[in-house]
Design a protein around this ligand. Sequence first.
Ligand code: THU
Length: 160
Amino acid sequence: MKVLTITSKLEVYDDIQEVSKDIQDLMKIAIETRDKAYAPYSNFKVGAALLLENGEIVEGSNQENASYPSGLCAERTAVYFAGAKYPKTRILKMVISAKSMKHKTEAPVPPCGACRQALVEYEVKQENPIEMYFMGGTGKVMKANSVKDLLPLVFDSNCL
Ligand code: THU
């Protein structure tokens, strides 16, 4: 028997002011997008902004539905739009902000497991990592250099 230890290194910034200007600007877009989320059931709004290799910025917010499972997270809304509109363009960065309308959201909110799985598909497809930044409504910002740092032991096309 062997023990496999998996480690991920993430950077933690105490405040949005500590990250680079380009990420601050992307975070502003993610926040504006977050505020446009359609989240009448959870009252939890999430916004994501993607920076593509061609300089385009693609946005996504969570879109809910009276039939709850029919809704979609902000991250997948954004990444599927990018995949649909710019199928051959690499995604360089994803910046996310999430905020509850009911209480303070001060801890960084990482993408859910289903979104990590959807995102890693694009990393594999484009053969390049996507830098991930995420925060709550205020407070700390976390950065992962790759979706794989958020999803070790990835299931991808190589497993098929
Ligand atoms: N949500 C996202 O948009 N992204 C995540 O990574 C986690 C959850 C949305 C889905 C739903 O509309 C609301 O947040 C509450 O789960």
